[in-house]
Design a protein around this ligand. Structure first.
Ligand code: PBG
Length: 307
């Protein structure tokens, strides 16, 4: 009766890892009980999630190494694995919310979110590629685009392209305060998307900085973002809270792969109660100010049917 914080299933987003093929369901070794699926089984996974009350999905592709190049050209090529997946999801489940990932890393032979030349990430050259990728995703039927690349100016750039091409109703969920974090490790295992050289510190944020997150949020807000995201979630609850207090639009927190892996690993050793630790973490993220949570625990949480 007196609980201040409520977390609904409808406020969760379930990440889906897609791989080429048929009838493939591959467990991610550093993410126990979490799988990469071929397109046919992704549709089954969505159907199952919808039955549990999970209705929002964010999609990430695993791309074969030989299809990658420096400019991530596959990312906007008509009918690639990812774009076809969006189309069939929209056709089969028109009411499910589809959120995409806009970043070069799954398609880049350098494994970076932007275009690399002589060891440097070129911000403005990257925007051109991200713009093409964003438009291709909107044309395929995506509801919300999620730029996770952290290039400067990309929200405004993408907003402009969408509006000019008749997609003013496609929203932008911006990875606003995305920190250069060790907690992304298992995700990079899942997609084979780790940087081949260097790190992501020239475009992702320094964990020591909090005020900078407000600046990033201000820029994204001014450029037309519809949602502001903080990532990772658990080590950055203060950032979630300050963005929530300072901006009038929904705040999303990404409960990332490493946060999932920590609970799973400790539970497997018998050191933590998995279900209780999961609920407590998700509630903490919500209490800090997140309106929406992206989490690998979405289905597990839904199954508990908490009120
Ligand atoms: C990259 C991207 C990453 C994640 C989502 N999009 C990893 C990275 O920046 O290297 C991480 C998600 C997770 O760890 O769960 N565009």
């Amino acid at each position: 009766m007196v609980a201040e914080t409520v977390l609904r299933k409808t406020q969760l987003i379930h990440p889906l890892f897609i791989q080429e093929g048929n009838k493939l369901k591959t467990e991610i070794s550093s993410m126990p009980d979490f799988f990469r699926f071929s397109p046919d089984l992704i549709l089954k996974e969505i159907e199952e999630s919808l039955k549990l009350g999970i209705q929002n999905f964010i999609l990430f592709p695993q791309i074969e190494e030989k299809l990658k190049d420096k400019k991530a050209t596959l990312s906007y090529k008509k009918n690639n694995l990812y774009l076809k997946m969006i189309q069939s999801m929209k056709k089969e489940f028109p009411d499910a919310t589809i959120i995409t990932d806009v970043a070069m890393d799954p398609y880049s032979s350098d494994g970076h979110d932007g275009f690399v030349e002589n060891g440097k990430i070129l911000n403005d050259e990257s925007l051109v590629i991200l713009g093409k990728m964003a438009l291709a995703q909107a044309e395929s039927g995506a509801d919300i685009l999620g730029p996770s690349d952290m290039m400067d100016g990309r929200v405004g750039y993408i907003r402009d392209i969408l509006d000019k091409n008749g997609f003013s109703d496609v929203a932008i969920m911006s990875y606003t305060a995305k920190y250069a974090s060790s907690f992304y490790g298992p995700f990079r295992d899942a997609l084979g998307s780790a940087p081949k050289a260097g790190d992501k510190k020239t475009y992702q944020m320094d964990p020591r900085n909090a005020k900078e997150a407000l600046l990033e949020a201000e820029l994204d807000f001014q450029e037309g973002a519809d949602y502001l995201m903080v990532k990772p979630a658990l080590a950055y609850l203060d950032i979630i809270q300050s963005i929530k207090q300072n901006f009038p639009i929904p705040v999303v927190a990404y409960n990332v792969s490493g946060e999932y892996a920590m609970i799973k690993a400790a539970a497997r050793l018998g050191w933590l109660d998995e279900s209780k630790a999961m609920v407590e973490s998700l509630i903490a993220i919500k209490r800090a100010g997140a309106d929406i949570i992206i989490t690998y625990f979405a289905k597990d949480f839904a199954k508990l049917n908490l009120t």
